[in-house]
Design a protein around this ligand. Sequence first.
Ligand code: BGC
Length: 744
Amino acid sequence: MRGTLPLYATGLALFAIATSTLRAQALGSADERARELLSRMTLEEKIGQLYLPHNDADDNALRAGALGAILNASDPARSDKMQRIAVEESRLGIPLFFGRDVIHGYRTIFPIPLGLACAWDEELAREAAAISASEAATGGYNWTYSPMVDISRDPRWGRIAESFGEDPLLASRLGAAMVRGYQTPQEGLPAGMAACVKHFAAYGAAEGGRDYNTTLVPERELRDVYLRPYRAAVDAGVFSVMSAFNDLDGVPCTGNEWLLNKVLRHEWGFEGFVVSDWMSTVEMIAHGFCADEGEAALRSLKAGTDMEMVSKSYINETARLIEEGRLDLSTLDERVLSVLRAKFAMGLFEHPYRTPGREGVILSKEHKDAAYRAALQSAVLLKNEADILPLKAGAKVAVIGPLADAPHEQLGTWCFDGRDEDSITPLSALRDKLGKGRVVYAPGLEYSRDESRAGFAAALKATKSADIVLFFAGEEAMLSGEAHCLADIRLPGAQEELIKELATSGKPIVLILMTGRPVVIGDIEGHAQAILAAFHQGTMAGPALASLLCGEVSPSGRLPISWPRHVGQIPIYYNHKNTGRPPKPEEFVPINQLPRMQKQTSLGFTSAYMDISPLPAYPFGYGLTYSSFSYSKLERSSATMHMGGGIEISATIRNEGKQSATETVQLYVRDVTGSVTRPVRELKDFRRISLAPGEERRVSFTLNSSQLAFTGLDMREIVEAGLFRVWIAPDSASGLEGSFELLP
Ligand code: BGC
């Protein structure tokens, strides 16, 4: 059965609104126009639409219609020229897509997606994407390879930095919001910049966190966890989907007919186009799935990959495949139609050129303010012993650590267009805010992997001269991102040693983590009175961190991932199954405290390690503020819910502290018994609320039976009657607990 018509269709509706009704009628629908155009195309022109080269294209190739899009064409004047040749000098005048990885900003760099996810704020994600699109348009781009919504449960995987973390609901909401943001009408285009959701599918499940690695995800888990955010992006009207590099249960995604044709198109009703990842078509040869380029082209065309990125198997092989009768012309036509339809729906035929002279939007005050707000919201306060933060008035601070003044590193991964010189670092922002006299700077280490102790003495001296240490620890930008995976995710270089050295001074230490992943904090946790996880926050990291540290704004970020204590715990995620023998965290005894000569049965028989607690260092959803909130009076509108109906679950949240702060109230559910086992908790909704000291608010969530659906034994979505537990909670490991019964 076909899914509901995706919002993609609203692209058409917007298109009709953007032009006059009369004109829209004259133009007909994108589909009709695409079919009409297709009927006039030669075989070479059809194949050309499916080719996506990078950097530049030959003028003659453009005139011949030998390509459909171009990636990373970085000179806007040349891009404009190329578009003019394609539109004005080729036989059919088909405009090109100009693609770019605009992942977390173009010139105004926002926090990396993992950081942005900490804000749990769809409107912020939408705004960041809309700003990115408006700046990227000045570079001549009309298509971005974002959002990446791959669920990631493994911080060793470098691309966790680009993800929204481990939860399908959070990733769905943020991914859909970014699609709406990029595709905001702009410059006459009904969808300003076409988004591309990636990497379809389950790329984040790479075994061992090694990029490009095999993924083995059973279909039920695929549907219930991994596929949900891509589906949300499709429902939000995303124009394109990128097929992933990985093989999924033995079938590379780019040649996976089940995934692309059955699930994406047939079940979900996707009407945009699928682009391969970089050479992922011909990489099916290395996978051992295709013998040669001809077979690679055949399998990916048949599977439903419309456009080939960089490699040329379609260009080189398609005509021969048709001639030999191995590929039907109708299959090729379907692929071409997908691309043409998107170009018509985008409005590219009417608005092929980007308006010149709009560079003023770049790094505008409005854009920097938004990046500042995003950075503020993306910092997660993990620890704040004895309210050591915010800094006390008049305190003298020692600014230490390799990330304190590292303009390049704070931008994070995937930053083609951001410039180091636009970054404001924590050091410069603190000097501005506190005055130079109150800031003594001694980095201690020159860069994150630095192993030299040469700067230790100066750092210790600075520490002794100050009241408190602000240690800006972290990872260089290049330690995360594509193909940048790590087996050891502790702070690199001699950072741990330096922190221990500074701790000998007895001065309190605030650890600010500027990383691309949750790093294992290990035993330095005990040396830090406060820990602020900031990730790589982009251009405005400095001003945002300075405001937070000085207490002008309370931290409000929440973890979108479970933060591991030890690399050996991975994968560790909150929405796991219970097992028949769940661990008992309260009974955990560190291995060195176990008595000798114990019997085999001494520890009971539960699913746990002997040498590390079963709990993460910090759970999914966790984050402190400078205030504290109480949760009380959990109520449900009814003890029972009817199939097709819903109930209200509410609680009172009160700011018990002395400062205004923002709390992210989370709704979790557990389906106690199912025809298949169900997770111990699943996030169903969340709401950010800001409360003044002493203020309280009743927060009410509507929970419908459709939100309780999962994939049943026959792989169809079902909702099963029975008992459900429900929590309104500040994080995934605590909260007020209630229950209700879903009646058949
Ligand atoms: C990455 C994609 C990216 C593409 C184009 C690939 O290597 O996996 O995420 O969009 O390159 O740069």
